[in-house]
Design a protein around this ligand. Structure first.
Ligand SMILES: [Zn+2]
Ligand SMILES: [Zn+2]
Length: 349
């Protein structure tokens, strides 16, 4: 079968590899689409980060080349021994955390913090940028009738977004500011709206602001314009927002969040900050503002599927599809240049 293998920074190759077969408790999928994630860009342009290249991975023992891709959906084509609750032909979304199930964090339900985690598409040897893949049954979420393959492939980044919104304890009629209108930011804005909040979205990119604007009744803000802080204060009657979600991983976004979150509110850090931060903590202390990092998801896939069934996540305007053969130019480079928002790759062409 065709698969995209990651060898090293700037070195991915489409190769013919052996088709995986499901072991006990596993399911085999024919991949329809696999989305390109910001983490994939980081591995390609700045990596290797998570992918073990110079030494084997301490938990899985694997090393590059590995099949890339962790945002995927596909149809069940075979099941391993012991799997009796999924039938061939079912469309599923893959939750890429391969958890141990027995460490203290897994036992506490925090499998996103598992100490022995393998990440599908980075460290498990399997991945979504291939014609077929194999995952543990617990990682395959069956989708209701009528769901499309494109919807299946965006459930993973939407689960990241949903977890961030849940971390903020968003309630109906609250006001939420989302900083960064990439896939996770858009997903967080759509999720907060689905939960009944009023939503502000800020992003320095005119392309992304236009995408967010087209998705509906968000207040769109340009952080490069003068007075972002006072605009947010103005929109909220001087109080500030109940929750701020940093989906940008950028220092200025967090600084604005510190200055514009209401007393007793919450700032969720959902973006990856690769640089150390300088922040003045006094406003946080004076306003008892919580700062809560948000790491992937735990238990959000069913919530995203339910919200998606209720049409919370329109895909038009921000999700595009390309053939695997064009992944570098129309995938990695287009995303880095900001000319695309979420790119799904068809591994069969
Ligand atoms: Zn991802
Ligand atoms: Zn664990």
């Amino acid at each position: 079968m065709r698969a995209l293998l990651y060898y090293d920074t700037g070195d991915v190759r489409i190769e013919d590899v052996a088709e995986p077969e499901p072991g006990p408790g596993q399911v085999k999928l024919r991949i329809a689409y696999n989305g390109i994630c910001g983490s994939d860009l980081h591995e390609y342009f700045d990596g290797p980060g998570m992918i073990p290249v110079s030494a084997p991975h301490p938990v899985t023992g694997l090393r590059a080349p590995v099949v890339l891709g962790h945002e995927c959906g596909g149809e069940v084509v075979a099941v391993g021994d012991g799997v009796d609750d999924l039938t061939v032909g079912t469309l599923v979304a893959v939750e890429p955390i391969q958890r141990c199930g027995s460490c203290p964090d897994c036992l506490a339900g925090r499998y996103n913090l598992c100490s022995h985690m393998g990440i599908f598409g980075y460290t498990t040897g399997t991945g979504g940028m291939a014609e077929y893949t194999v995952v543990d049954r617990v990682m395959a979420h069956p989708l209701p009738a009528g769901f499309s393959a494109r919807q299946a492939a965006v459930i993973e980044p939407l689960a990241v977004a949903y977890h961030a919104v849940r971390r903020a304890d968003v309630l109906p009629d609250q006001t939420v500011a989302v900083h960064g209108a990439g896939p996770v930011g858009l997903g967080a804005a759509l999720t907060a709206r689905h939960l009944g909040a009023k939503v502000l979205v800020s992003d320095p990119s005119p392309v992304r602001r236009a995408v967010a604007q087209a998705l509906g009744d968000f207040t769109i803000l340009d952080p490069a314009a003068d007075g972002l802080d006072s605009m947010i204060r103005h929109v909220t009657g001087g109080r500030g927002v109940d929750a701020s979600i940093d989906a940008a991983g950028a220092a200025p976004a967090l600084r604005v969040a510190v200055d514009t979150t209401a007393k007793g509110g919450c700032i969720v850090v959902a973006g990856v900050h690769h640089q150390p931060l300088r922040l003045a903590p006094a406003p946080l202390m004076l306003g008892e503002i919580d700062v809560r990092p948000s790491m992937t998801y735990r238990g959000e896939f069913p919530l995203v599927i339910e919200a998606m069934a209720a049409e919370a996540y329109p895909l038009d305007g921000w999700v595009s599809t390309i053939p695997l053969t064009d992944i570098v130019k129309d995938g990695f480079e287009a995303l880095r240049q900001g000319s695309a928002v979420k790119v799904l790759v068809d591994p069969t062409v």
